[in-house]
Write a protein that binds this ligand. Structure first.
Ligand SMILES: C[S@@+](CC[C@H](N)C(=O)[O-])C[C@H]1O[C@@H](n2cnc3c(N)ncnc32)[C@H](O)[C@@H]1O
Length: 291
């Protein structure tokens, strides 16, 4: 296990991963967006190698479907084992390396991979480490090679107050049964006090949970109602599943500026079937030729 992770509590995540859906889990539309590019890369060279940042099941299924020689780099072996229970297609060409993304260029030599792919990896790293992260990935890719990734952003314009969200729940509890609706209502609380730290760009789940709990109880809802219907998932009122997670979500523009030191933004994609996808973008980056 890597020494110091920004968010260290992953063991319970596989349980969580079965209960939640997109946009937290990789949407099928993003998979198709990346798949198109992967097929173009494969057309030029049949024997290609991919690096996955993390152990995301849907990405691994995609690479298994196309029989791609795959290496996973993930800091928690337990997370890898847990996510492996959720994959649908076995990839005999898959290898696992337990290590830190911030050391990617110490673990792998330049030119080892034809592309690198990850679902929101950097949103798990402290914002001050983002330049180092992109530099490390750049260092192991040839110029003009592909970095396929997704990101969570904070510059969606819709905002709600906690009182509005609770009222919406009371008026229409059925609406909150859908995970995407619930997620969207909770992310729209980003403007409430102490939920988003502008300095660290952190979306602070502990503070959001406290706010939903406190205001929910104050409005006459029971803890059980809050836990089952208002919060992302049940069994998390005392941080049992999500833990003290901080998601690093800068505005998209800032992300583009940071990555642009090493990468061109070749393509960007947003699912538009539901407003909850406002928080997410899938991208295809191409490494620059710097010298
Ligand atoms: C929210 S979880 C999974 C996210 C991903 N979207 C998925 O579906 O697999 C984040 C993962 O990032 C891993 N992680 C966080 N920081 C890391 C780092 N510095 N190096 C390698 N893995 C890291 C954690 O161990 C965890 O498995």
């Amino acid at each position: 296990m890597a020494k110091k992770l920004y968010n260290p509590n992953w063991e319970s995540y596989w349980r969580l991963w079965q209960k939640v859906g997109p946009p937290w889990l990789t949407p099928i539309q993003d998979i198709k967006f990346w798949e198109k590019r992967i097929l173009e890369i494969k057309k030029k060279d049949k024997k290609i190698k991919a690096l996955v940042l993390g152990a995301t099941p849907k990405i691994r299924d995609l690479l298994a479907k196309h029989k791609i020689d795959t290496t996973l780099l993930e800091a928690n072996k337990s997370m890898y084992v847990a996510m492996s229970r959720l994959i649908k297609i076995k990839n005999n060409e898959e290898k696992f390396i337990c290590g830190d993304w911030l050391n990617a260029d110490k673990i792998f030599k330049k030119n080892t991979f034809d592309f690198i792919i990850g679902d929101e990896p950097h949103c798990n790293l402290s914002f001050k480490n983002w330049p180092k992260f992109f530099q490390g990935i750049y260092n192991i890719l040839k110029p003009n090679f592909n970095f396929l990734l997704s990101t969570v952003i904070s510059d969606f314009s819709d905002r709600s107050t906690i009182k509005e969200v609770i009222q919406k729940y009371k008026d229409n509890p059925k609406y909150f049964k859908d995970f995407k609706n619930r997620l969207w209502e909770l992310y729209k609380l980003i403007g409430e006090k102490n939920i988003y730290n502008k300095k660290t760009r952190g979306f602070i789940f502990d503070n959001l949970r406290d706010l939903v709990k406190k205001e929910g109880l104050k409005s006459g809802l029971s803890l059980n109602q809050i836990e089952k219907n208002l919060w992302f998932i049940d069994n998390d009122m005392n941080s049992e599943s999500i833990g003290s997670y901080i998601e690093v979500d800068p505005p998209l523009e800032e992300q583009i500026i940071i990555q642009s030191k090493y990468f061109y933004l070749d393509k960007i994609f947003k699912v538009d079937s539901h407003p909850a996808f406002n928080i997410r973008r899938a991208m295809i980056l191409k490494s620059k030729k710097l010298k």
